[in-house]
Design a protein around this ligand. Sequence first.
Ligand SMILES: Cc1cc2nc3c(=O)[nH]c(=O)nc-3n(C[C@H](O)[C@H](O)[C@H](O)COP(=O)(O)OP(=O)(O)OC[C@H]3O[C@@H](n4cnc5c(N)ncnc54)[C@H](O)[C@@H]3O)c2cc1C
Length: 509
Amino acid sequence: MTNPTLSVPDNLLSQLESICTTTTTEDALTEAARDWWPLISWHIAQKDTPSYRPLAVCRPLNTGEVSQVLKLCNSAKVPVTPFGGRSGVCGGSLPVFGGISLDLRGMSGIVSMDNTSLLIEAKAGTFGHVLEGELRSREGLTLGHWPQSIEISTLGGWLACRSAGQYSTRYGKIEDMVRSLEVVLADGTVIRTGGHAPRSATGPDLTQLFVGSEGTLGIITQAELSVHRLAKAQESKVFAWSSFEKGLVASRQILQRGATPAVLRLYDSIESSRNFSLGYGSEIPPGSCLMIVIDEGDAEIVQATMGIVTQECHEAVGMNTSLADHWLQHRNDVSILDTLLEAGVVVDTVEIAAKWIQLPSIYSEILDKLSGLDGILVASAHQSHAYTDGACLYFTFGGQEPSPRQVSSVPLIKPSNIQWANHFYKTAWESIMDTVIQHQGAISHHHGIGLLRAPWLAKSLGNSMEVLATLKKSLDPNGILNPGKLGLSSSFGDEVDLPLPFGKIYPRS
Ligand SMILES: Cc1cc2nc3c(=O)[nH]c(=O)nc-3n(C[C@H](O)[C@H](O)[C@H](O)COP(=O)(O)OP(=O)(O)OC[C@H]3O[C@@H](n4cnc5c(N)ncnc54)[C@H](O)[C@@H]3O)c2cc1C
């Protein structure tokens, strides 16, 4: 890997140190160079120290300090890459052109609560479980945002990536919850978007401009969010469908009748047996697709919602609700990933969204393509988030070199099969992205673009990509904010040199 040479003023570090805690230890720099993108995990496990490490990690404690860091880096033309929990799975927080990694975790906590309007204001570096814990214990409130990564991700990261929680069908995605943002622009200017009233007709929605911008347009330091009183009632139901397509039709009809059960998940037959066989296998009719439905809230609304669900699922087999309890207990357990990586399996997950009319074709075409890959062990999907007009499909693929040259208990992909692993990973991603674009779906539903999906964003957005590029130039003329991400061109180079599997990523494909 090569890194473009940055020219940095001699006294930059001492100036940063005078603003906030600034670290240059080996451990801090190496940690800042990784997130949860499986590609990076493999790379680090090869003991290959990334050359795209930052010069320093700055940890501001308030908005004023963020503003000063940006002002300084902007005049010195030094890249600034923000991060929260670094739980992103697309390489979004990797400082690929060096510069400063901006650690926002020092800015944590709830700033204010309005129990009448059910609005709160919280700092961007607050971890999910801390935010939810405080809301519950202090005021009996909930945000209703339950990403699987709740304990390792922050409010700022959720907003930057348009995150979705497991209860999103009732509470919405993070972009539905946010009312207003405090953002620091590249030149250090602090702005406030929205927030005056529940709705407005005061020009375009500038809050949503920054939601999903993945740190490329500004640093989110604080957010106003809509919250809810804790649910008084909860009910669950489980159904077994004879096909994935039939389950999709039922999901659509439930949503289109106006019912919004908090959780509405449909697993294909492979995932149904994989996720629910432990202790429950004998109950599930072979080959069936499980639908988990959980609702919570006002008792009467929950009852009405579950009534609609029952009507729309009358053709499915009703199952024991202990399967829903099983899902609730195990929903955040990802320990299987380590086991697979240790066994040398190349594995990743890909979430996309599309209209109902396209979903059956997208599902079957992608599974056909993945199943044809040399070395494929598993290709499966579930529907994880549903809307009146479409849904999110969440694919999992995993594979292993067909005739491993070396079977070993030593973790990770051995150098002998790296070439196969690269080809497998790249082909799997290409198959999924190309199919989704062909069907005019969204190439990401909630993980975002980062580096991983950068090669496909321009194709996906069409000529509106130019509008994004123009906004970037206008808000960040020196291009210091998270360069190399979101498929935007960068003032620090046109290529991001990564070890595996794409080699050079061309931000503007
Ligand atoms: C096991 C696991 C399960 C997951 N499950 C879910 C899930 O259910 N739902 C879901 O939506 N996602 C999920 N994710 C993905 C990840 O948790 C989300 O993308 C999350 O929003 C990232 O938050 P973070 O604080 O870790 O951000 P980071 O990874 O630190 O950063 C992500 C991106 O946001 C930018 N950024 C971070 N903070 C700010 C800020 N304050 N201002 C501007 N830009 C910023 C970074 O530069 C980067 O581009 C999962 C990840 C893992 C590893």
